[in-house]
Design a binder for this molecule. Sequence first.
Ligand code: AP5
Ligand code: MG
Length: 191
Amino acid sequence: MVNFLIFGPPGSGKGTQSVRLAKKFNLMHLSTGDMLRAEIAAGTGLGKRMSSIMSKGELVPDEVVIEMIAAKIDSTRDKAGFLFDGFPRTVAQTEALGRMLSAREMKIDSMLVLDVDHDELVKRLILRAEQSGRPDDKDPAVIENRIDVYKAKTEPIIEYCRERGLYEPVNGVGTIDDIFERLSGLIKKYV
Ligand code: AP5
Ligand code: MG
């Protein structure tokens, strides 16, 4: 198994690229944001409890996403590895993922970090708000809060992974095809 984190601020293109990379390299794409939105769409108790946190652009509790990921890891079959998108989001989640993987004799092979400047992120998310129906895209103040939360709580994971030799920065500005080629080139080193 080869396992990757796709990393970057809100709007950096994690979801867009993950769908394509998962298909090309037969990876299981695990997006905690997508899983949480599916809970909300299905009207589950968990979805109801999480929706107000998400619509403010705050992080849901670590235990919630850690449990979701563990269940998905254990139910996945016939894949070359995992592509974690939007998870981990805190150092505590990163440590929990490390424990979860090592208990299954797996590890993270690389962290691919999409580098996109602030103005481009905001531009993309405002544009997406027109079609996505995501409440957290509708309000520019919530977009800014998501970027601030990323900087405060999520960005420290980069240093944690850099110290472990996993950090691979990628220019996240350009066409979707160009960025896909950049990411594919890095993943090819491992598969
Ligand atoms: P999540 O769903 O993970 O959202 P996010 O991190 O805010 O990121 P986005 O999905 O908005 O951006 P993306 O990087 O995937 O970019 P995309 O490809 O869509 O999380 C949502 C919420 O759930 C969180 O705020 C939190 O509340 C909760 N949550 C989720 N995971 C959690 C966790 N682990 N712990 C705690 N809470 C958690 O692209 C964005 C737009 O740009 C699209 O319209 C796309 O078409 C466009 N685009 C993409 N690439 C390009 C390009 N190269 N050029 C121009 N436009 C582009
Ligand atoms: Mg996404």
